[in-house]
Design a protein around this ligand. Structure first.
Ligand code: HSE
Length: 309
């Protein structure tokens, strides 16, 4: 039996749409063993809502692993390589914290271990990014830390920064409503003005530099300018601007929609535990004024990615 721990991720970090990702110390666990009959058990998020049959995305990712190493067939003897799967889900679903990336990466890593680690890291990422449709959550879910990623054809190019500020905490406010990434991608324009693209791409560099310790945290908020996705996704997130402002006012140096939402992530650098709680509470009470319950978590950066335990 293989047991894998895989982190939540926050993607985009403001300007880095489909490019930047950061792994967080909030974990799902996946247990997998070969078996004669498929069985899927789920604890935590999605216990009642996620499918427990072949349409389960973790199961499908495992099958992709077997298929890839067996030249297109799911198993050595043309039958199915069935597994018992147990998913222990602490990452909330459809909230922009990379729950689907965690399910897929966790299952790919577990399945790969079951067959003797035949797939390379690049092959795992290639499968995961194809299944996800974008690479920015799957890369940090696999390798941990702060990452920059891009899809070139079907290949994932990525870089993992070896240094991320030690004094960085991510205060996430997780609201009671879900946002579907597929729907949140549909609201974005297909074309952008040159100035929007230039402003946003320079912001990716500024943001990355500050989070890795180059440059002053006071410049973070101004550096996280995004004109590619957040302005268009506001309509999906009640009180998004107000929650951003509440986090800033309470002491966060930067704030962003986590992935495609609905979670909002505040970047808190060098602040006390007390201050981080104030940031979380300020976001929660602002969501509440807009009629939505939410809860906050103060998260550290995960630097390990997916690991077999
Ligand atoms: N980059 C993706 C998006 C992340 O913003 O649609 C989804 O979590």
């Amino acid at each position: 039996m293989v047991r894998v721990r895989v982190p939540a991720t926050t993607a985009n970090l403001g300007p880095g749409y489909d490019v930047l990702g950061l792994a967080l110390k909030l974990y799902n666990f996946i247990e997998m063993e070969k078996s004669d009959k498929l069985s899927i058990e789920i604890e935590g998020a999605g216990t009642d809502s996620l499918p427990k049959d072949e349409s389960n995305i973790a199961y499908q990712a495992a099958q992709e692993t077997f298929k890839t190493v067996n030249g297109g067939h799911p198993d050595r003897r043309r039958g199915r390589l069935t597994v018992n799967l147990k998913l222990i889900n602490n990452i909330p679903l459809a909230r922009g914290l990379g729950s689907s990336a965690a399910a897929r990466i966790g299952a790919l890593v577990a399945a790969n271990r079951l067959i003797g680690d035949k797939l390379s890291q690049d092959e795992i990422l290639k499968i995961a990014a194809r299944l996800e449709g974008h690479p920015d959550n799957v890369v940090p879910a696999l390798v941990g830390g702060l990452t920059v990623a891009a899809l070139t054809g079907d290949k994932v190019r990525f870089l993992r920064f070896s240094k991320v500020r030690n004094d960085l905490k991510i205060v996430v406010a997780i609201p009671d409503f879900k946002v579907s990434t597929i729907e949140a991608r549909k609201v974005l324009p297909k074309n952008f003005s040159l100035i929007d693209v230039v402003t946003t791409s320079s912001s990716i560099l500024f943001t990355t530099a500050i989070l890795t310790g180059e440059g002053s945290p006071e410049l973070l908020d101004e550096s996280m300018q995004d004109r590619i996705h957040q302005p268009y996704r506001k309509k999906l997130i009640p009180a998004m601007d107000e929650v951003f402002n509440a986090a800033r006012k309470a002491g966060a140096q930067g704030v962003a929609l986590s992935g495609s939402g609905s979670t909002i992530a505040a970047f808190s650098i060098g602040n006390s535990e007390e201050k981080n709680k104030e940031i979380g509470q300020a976001m929660v009470s602002t969501f509440q004024k807009a009629g939505h319950e939410s809860h906050y978590k103060i998260l550290d950066i995960d630097r390990e990615g997916a690991v077999c335990l």
